[in-house]
Design a protein around this ligand. Structure first.
Ligand code: ZN
Length: 261
């Protein structure tokens, strides 16, 4: 069975900015999904902010192996209930890939627990991405570095928790550097942040970027069955303990009472 992938696009700039619409007539999400579908074993569809439930109802997420997220202008318009739904699926084993300005998305901040801040400059400068983990599945088939002629600069410090692995470090023409490919594990879910992808440049048409995205989908896919009830915190009554014990000492909770959370 192919890796069932959804590319989620905010789909705002494509509708409001002529440059972005010209570069991505099918939306950035459409361009990325088409690039993924050229890869063996990947089946990619799209979802957008404007759809009911932002295109991410429970039944669809339950049948999704990897979710890719691009957002920028409308992070605040993403419903909190959908953010919590996505977080629950990541904890249960769904892969999540965050692109570029998704560093400030609700779902990324929810999963990182930190401000996810950085510095930035929109000057069309050259970005050189160095592979820092040459043996990693996400960098498979790439040269030791590759360049994007025009990109937005993102600079350190990047306000995220120390990653599991650093796959790329970017250098920008103006001199700044940035950890541009980072992985984390959240619950049973694999999480990857990939920096390039400013909407006014043709980044998602770049062959190396497309290769990274296909590699990342395969890496993020957790083939194990999705965990159930990851947010449950059940009480185990004394009588259900694996070894027989006698209750002793004072108690806060009455028998059968729900725990606080
Ligand atoms: Zn940008």
């Amino acid at each position: 069975m192919p890796i069932r992938t959804i590319v989620w696009g905010e789909n705002v700039h494509e509708q409001s900015n002529a440059t972005v619409a010209g570069l991505y007539p099918d939306g950035m999400h459409g361009c990325i999904a088409a690039a993924l579908n050229t890869g063996a074993g990947i089946s990619a569809e799209t979802a957008t902010l404007q759809e009911p439930d932002h295109g991410l109802p429970e039944v669809r997420l339950a049948a999704t192996d990897v979710l890719i997220w691009w957002g920028h202008a409308a992070h605040g318009d993403v419903a909190d209930r959908v953010v919590e739904r996505v977080a629950g699926h990541v904890w249960a084993g769904m892969g999540l890939i965050l692109l570029h300005s998704a560093h400030f998305s609700k779902i990324f901040k929810r999963l990182m627990g930190t401000p996810c801040t950085l510095s930035w400059r929109e000057a069309g400068e050259r970005e050189r991405l160095w592979v820092t983990s040459p043996n990693h599945p996400i960098s498979a088939g790439l040269p030791d570095h590759f360049e994007l002629e025009n990109e937005e600069m993102y600079g350190e410090p990047f306000g995220v928790p120390e990653p599991l692995e650093t796959i790329f470090i970017s250098w920008f023409q103006g001199g700044e550097v940035f950890r541009s490919g980072l992985t984390w594990r959240r619950g049973a879910g694999n999480v990857f942040y990939f920096r390039p992808g400013h909407e006014t440049y043709p980044t998602y048409h770049d062959a190396n970027v497309q290769k990274v995205l296909r590699n990342a989908v395969r890496w993020a896919h957790n083939p194990a069955e999705r965990l159930r009830d990851v947010s449950q915190a059940p009480n185990r009554p004394t009588g259900a303990a694996p070894e027989p014990i006698t209750e002793r000492g004072p108690k806060l909770h009455k028998p059968g009472e729900e725990g606080f959370r």
